[in-house]
Design a protein around this ligand. Sequence first.
Ligand code: G4P
Length: 528
Amino acid sequence: MINKKDLAKEVNRRRTFAIISHPDAGKTTITEQLLLFGGAIRQAGTVKAKKSGKFAKSDWMEIEKQRGISVTSSVMQFEYDDKRINILDTPGHEDFSEDTYRTLMAVDAAVMVVDSAKGIEEQTKKLFKVCRMRGIPIFTFMNKLDRDGREPLELIEELEEVLEIDAYPLNWPIGSGKNLKGLYDLYHNRIELFRPEEMNSGERFIHLNDEGEIEGEHELKNESLYDQVLEEALLLKEAGNEFSEEAISRGKLTPVFFGSALTNFGVQTFLETFLQFAPEPSTQETKEDKIIQPTDEEFSGFIFKIQANMDPNHRDRIAFLRICSGKFEKGIDVTLSRSNKKMRLSNSTQFLAESREAVTDAVAGDIIGLYDTGNFQIGDTIYSGKTDVTFKDLPQFTPELFVRVEAKNVMKQKSFHKGINQLVQEGAIQLYKSYHTETYIIGAVGQLQFEVFQHRMNNEYNSEVVMTSIGSRIARWVDPKQLDENMGSSRNMLVRDRFDNPLFLFENQFAMRWFSDKYPEVELTALL
Ligand code: G4P
């Protein structure tokens, strides 16, 4: 067993975060640059090439390929500046699912990439909400500065208004698009020049004097942009938010960086500054409100994602485990808290950018993959000590898409029910029943969840299903005491969740408002 001092040293150099963004803001591009700095990949385009393995809908082999590929890039680990960094991918586009949200339960910080021409977009908002609920630090990277974008002040204002978070720019662009000259780096009191064609040669940084100005002669001083940036910097200093590490650590203040991932401008500065503030692995609370320290010697962790059927030859599943305390050793004996089952973890994997490798040294903060033959469920805790550890349940997320589902062959009800119940328990999908007809309705946050559901029902439970889309709905739970069954209609469908709690599926915002006007006393609540 590792001694406590060495364990603490290893744990404290872990930095585990997710990159969140709306599709196309540049998440993949920036991830790739970070991996390049860390030496985890040798060539730009590596992650990108994997990502663009587009799949034809409902063609499972292709999905499988996609999932198999995305699993290797869904956790990426590299070393930088004596830090061991874990980046967790939060899939977007057609890959968006509850897993995307749950991934955010396994990180200690988030980096939000924003397209500076577009500002805050829908998917960023959704993911941001989960980060805020967790109170983790959020760092912002305003990307694509090499293109004409919106005014930086306007972007900051929008960020603060839309997301209701304070912002603190740590650097400020000098121009943009064709006129991009550089970054005024308020944190390091220097200017970083934009030299895309000669990134590694010539002058890159100009150090500033105590007044934050260039000492002596420099061509940049003749540009009107230079005066403008000094003015804006002054404005930020006088009218902007106060810098507070404490507010950053609670997710109340987001440090903002500008840059251009594609031209690798400002990314390294971002990474180095980010690492100054990014938190070490956090403590984790158990159901009994006990705090588990990451440096505790006993090993513990929770499962936040299960990737099924990745290898068509083996039908294996991989359970993603966030280590919360201690060190993982191959062959370690653990207890699964849900069932009290004892097991030996001998087959596990660690994720690197380009491959899956056997785990050699994983401690609190790291993510490992456990090959699973059906023992694990999402939210499970495992621990190595003698005392029971059960971490708090992972939250459930309000589904947005719904389909009616039934068995194609009415003679096969048994396998249909078995499959659906297991997949619901596993967290693959959420299940509802209509009030009187007992029709099964399943809900998801992304279309992919339905496709995976249908495929797994067919392949693992031998149950072909027929799905009829209900489309997107707003789900709101109500107190059974306030419910009158006549309140339901086609525009606000009344259903029950699997715990028998009633909820309405509203057709749209308008239908929900109409309902609230009609029944002002009925309180409507969402999950997350
Ligand atoms: P995502 O993972 O967030 O979905 O975004 P991704 O990195 O794939 O980037 C989306 C598009 O934006 C890509 O172009 C990428 O090259 C471009 N991009 C990313 N960062 C920057 C930047 O700093 N400046 C500019 N100008 N463009 C940037 P694409 O045409 O969709 O892909 P590709 O065919 O060029 O690879």
